[in-house]
Design a protein around this ligand. Structure first.
Ligand code: GRF
Length: 198
C-alpha cells in the first residue's frame, strides 16, 4: 500500500516508518513525503530517494487555496493511507473531504488530555505522573479523532520537555509503525467515536 507521510519537524517518526517500509515483507511503502516548510524531513526524503512535496501556506493567497493545492498534490500520489508525523498544520476541509477516514496521526500525550501543539510541556507543567503516546484517526478537530492505540510513558521527577518528549517519541516510533501495519493489512472499523482494528 502506498503511503504519504506528512512532516514539519525533525522527521524521526518518518524515519521509523521508512525503516519499517524497507523491511522485506513490509505491507506498505512511502510513496511521497509532504512538508509545509524547510525542515529535516526534506533531507530525509532526498537521502532516501522518496518524492518530496513541499506545500507552504505562504506560497498561496489564503488557507483555502493552500488546502486545495495540498489536496491535489496528495491526490496525484493516490495513497492508501496518509500519516501525519509532526505535521504542524491543521488539515483543511478540502483535504479532509478527500482523505477523511484514511489519515492517521501520532500525538505525544494520552488524548483527550493535552491536545494541541504543546502536549508535552502542558503535561509536564500540569505535573502528571504518567503521560504517553496516542495514535488516532484525524477528523476536523485538533487531536480529536477516534483513538486507535495508546501507550503510557512515566514522567520522571527530573524530566525536562526534551527528555520527556524523546522518551515519548521512542514509544511513538514503534506504536505508529505497528498501527500503520495493522491498518494496511486489516483495515479499521468505525463505530461512532470509536475505532477498532479487526
Ligand atoms: C512527535 O512527538 C509527534 O507526536 C508530534 O511531533 C513530534 C514529531 O517528532 N506531533 P519528529 O519530528 O518526527 O521527530
Amino acid at each position: 500500500t502506498p503511503l504519504v507521510v506528512m512532516a514539519s519537524g525533525t522527521g524521526s517518526l518518518l524515519e521509523s516508518l521508512i525503516a519499517r517500509a524497507d523491511a522485506a515483507d513490509a505491507p506498505f511503502r512511502i510513496a511521497a513525503i509532504v512538508v509545509d516548510r524547510t525542515c529535516r524531513a526534506q533531507d530525509i526524503a532526498q537521502r532516501n530517494d522518496i518524492p518530496l512535496i513541499t506545500c507552504r501556506l505562504g506560497d498561496h493567497p489564503d488557507r483555502a487555496a493552500w488546502d486545495r493545492a495540498l489536496t491535489d498534490a496528495v491526490a496525484a500520489v493516490d495513497p492508501g493511507w496518509i500519516v501525519t508525523a509532526g505535521f504542524m498544520k491543521i488539515l483543511g476541509p478540502a483535504f479532509l473531504g478527500r482523505f477523511g477516514g484514511r489519515i492517521v496521526n501520532s500525538h505525544p500525550a494520552l488524548l483527550p488530555a493535552f491536545p494541541g501543539a504543546h502536549g508535552v510541556p502542558d503535561a509536564l507543567e500540569y505535573g502528571v505522573k504518567v503521560t504517553g503516546a496516542t495514535v488516532h484517526l484525524v477528523d476536523e478537530g485538533v487531536d480529536t479523532g477516534p483513538i486507535l492505540a495508546q501507550q503510557v510513558v512515566t514522567v520522571a521527577d527530573d524530566d525536562t520537555v526534551e527528555t520527556l518528549h524523546e522518551r515519548i517519541k521512542t514509544v511513538e516510533r514503534v506504536l505508529l509503525a505497528d498501527v500503520v501495519t495493522a491498518l494496511v493489512t486489516r483495515g479499521v472499523v468505525i463505530d461512532g467515536r470509536k475505532a477498532r482494528i479487526p
